[in-house]
Every structure is written in C-alpha cells, then in structure tokens.
Design a protein around this ligand. Sequence first.
Ligand SMILES: NC(=O)c1ccc[n+]([C@@H]2O[C@H](COP(=O)([O-])OP(=O)(O)OC[C@H]3O[C@@H](n4cnc5c(N)ncnc54)[C@H](O)[C@@H]3O)[C@@H](O)[C@H]2O)c1
Length: 332
Amino acid sequence: MNTKQIEQLRLSKVLVTGAAGFIGSNLCEALLDIGSTVVGLDNFATGHKKNLSLIIDNPNFTFIEGDIRNLDDCNKACDGIDFVLHQAALGSVPRSINDPITSNDVNVGGFLNMLVASRDANVKRFVYAASSSTYGDSKSLPKIEENIGKPLSPYAITKYVNELYAENFKKSYDLDTIGLRYFNVFGRKQDPDGAYAAVIPKFVMQFMKHESPVINGDGSFSRDFTYIDNVIQMNLCAITSENTDALNNVYNTAFGERTTLNELTSLLKEYLSEFDNGIADIEVKFGPERRGDVPHSLASIDKAKNLLGYSPKFDMRSGLKEAVKWYWNNLK
Ligand SMILES: NC(=O)c1ccc[n+]([C@@H]2O[C@H](COP(=O)([O-])OP(=O)(O)OC[C@H]3O[C@@H](n4cnc5c(N)ncnc54)[C@H](O)[C@@H]3O)[C@@H](O)[C@H]2O)c1
C-alpha cells in the first residue's frame, strides 16, 4: 500500500464481521494498528472473546455482539461504515455436511442480510471471504478464477452463492464488492479445538501433547496453505485499491505453492522439535479420506497481483515457523 492508501485507511471506519474469529480478529488488529476506526460484529458461534483481548479496550474499537441472521444487527453494525470486511460464516466442509441447514442460514441468509445492510448504509465497498472450495470438482491446476467446477459440499455451495449475490448486487443496486477466495489460511489464533478444527492448529496441538495426528487419506493430498499475514495484506489491498477495474471481481487469496499433508507433518515435526526434541519421534497415523475433500489445491495469484497489487510476503514455510512459535508461546 502507498502512503495515500494508508492515509485513506486511517480516516476510514471499517466493519469486520466475524471479528472474534481467527481471520476477523487478525484483521481488526491490523486495521487498528494502522489507525482505522473499527467495528466488530460476532455472535461467538465459533469465535472467542480471548481473540479480542488485545483490542477490546482500544478506544477506536467498538464490539457489537450480534447475529448476521438478524437484519437489525446487520443494520446497526453498518451504521456510518465506509468499508465492510465480511468474514462471519460457519466454516468447515464436514460441518456443512452434518448440518447443511444451519450452514446455509448463516452463510447465505446472513450474507444476504449483510449485503442489504451495506447497500442501505451506502458503504463504499463490500469485501467478503469467499473460498477455494468454489473450485469444486475442477481438476485443473493451478486454479484460475474464471474456471470453476461443480461444488463438492453444502459449504462450497454457500460460498459460491455468495459470489453470485455479490455480482448481482452490483447489477441491481450498484454496490461495489470484492470476493477473496481464501485457500487454507493458517496462523496465530486459529482455533485448534473442536470437531471441525483446521489441520494445522489441530496437528500442532497434538504434536505438542505428544499425540499422533491422523491424516485423512495417504497424505498425498496437497493444499496451498496461506499464512494469515498474506490474507491481511489482500484484504487491505481490496479496500484501498484505486483501480476501478479491480472492483466487482473475485480473487484467489493464497501464496501460490502447494504442500502435501505428508510434507506438512514433516515440517511441523521439524519446527516443533526446536522447542521439544521428543516431537521428532512421534509417528503420524493414516485414516480414511473425508467426504467432500478435493485432492489438490493450488492457486494462481496472477489476477490479484495484477489488479490489486497483492504481493504475499510469507511463503508456507516462513508462515509455518511463525505459527508454530505462536502456538508454543501461547498454548503450550
Ligand atoms: N480459515 C480458512 O482457511 C478459510 C478458507 C476459506 C474461507 N474462509 C472463510 O473465512 C471466514 C473466516 O473464517 P475463520 O477461519 O476466521 O473462521 P472462524 O470460525 O474463526 O471465524 C468465523 C467467525 O464468524 C462468527 N460467526 C459465525 N456465525 C455467525 C453469525 N451467525 N453471526 C455473527 N457472527 C458469526 C464466528 O463466531 C467466528 O468468530 C469465513 O467466512 C470462512 O468461511 C476461511
């Protein structure tokens, strides 16, 4: 970002939904560091008060406990807002397979409420968390924004519907939107607990407890694991971009490299062994593949580089080192 864009952020009031979650709380901290006025909205469905501990007393931060399924809560949160970073949703493919109705209510109904509230509050730009799951059964690699397949889970459908609604709100109401298709984000504050925990925090905690992580499948599946600071940069690029051609588009949000689960567990063992050398001897176990999982995921990030000026600073390994250090220092 150039100095003009940073100055613009300083003068802006930004709403972050899902503010008590992993990505939302990191976005709030980054914006407050820059000097923005920030409003956070969350109902603590999967987020935690502890994620707000560094910012809850910041005079530039207002927290609203509310539910995006309730339009009044969305209207209240959007009052006087310049930019929306919409993160609130129920993540996880398995969760959506177990309970598609709730995932749809929150991820589609809640999303539509947020679009309506943003439109009515005349926000300048609505930036939202989309998902790499939208590539569905498309086998082509790397994934290019314009080339998607059929969704493999209810979660993927909800995230694709978000993109359709966002596109339509430009046509119907002239609301500017940008969708960020996140690829397996990881880093500080990602929740390691619960049935739907993401693989990196879950495995880190298991290694730290000297338990054997279980890989679903033979470990050959690969992902474009993306460190949180790259995702923060992408969101800031999306709200400050002065390129009008960049608006009303979706962008892969990734580093642009893929790592297999076998490689991931080796790296985790290597990095965690620096803190506890007993971890080097822990064996990984293998279980059945999960329904709805895509075998491989790798993003092309050319579109975001060209149109938004995105330039990710952390590759998977440097991000993983940071994440491991954070978990060791905060959750051991
Ligand atoms: N983490 C990833 O790898 C990843 C990948 C693709 C997309 N995404 C998307 O990014 C966004 C943030 O994900 P995250 O990893 O930070 O997950 P998270 O679960 O940590 O954060 C989501 C937040 O939304 C809140 N929320 C859920 N339902 C709500 C409701 N009805 N009203 C208000 N708040 C509600 C939760 O309490 C939580 O704090 C989500 O939209 C998710 O689908 C994440």
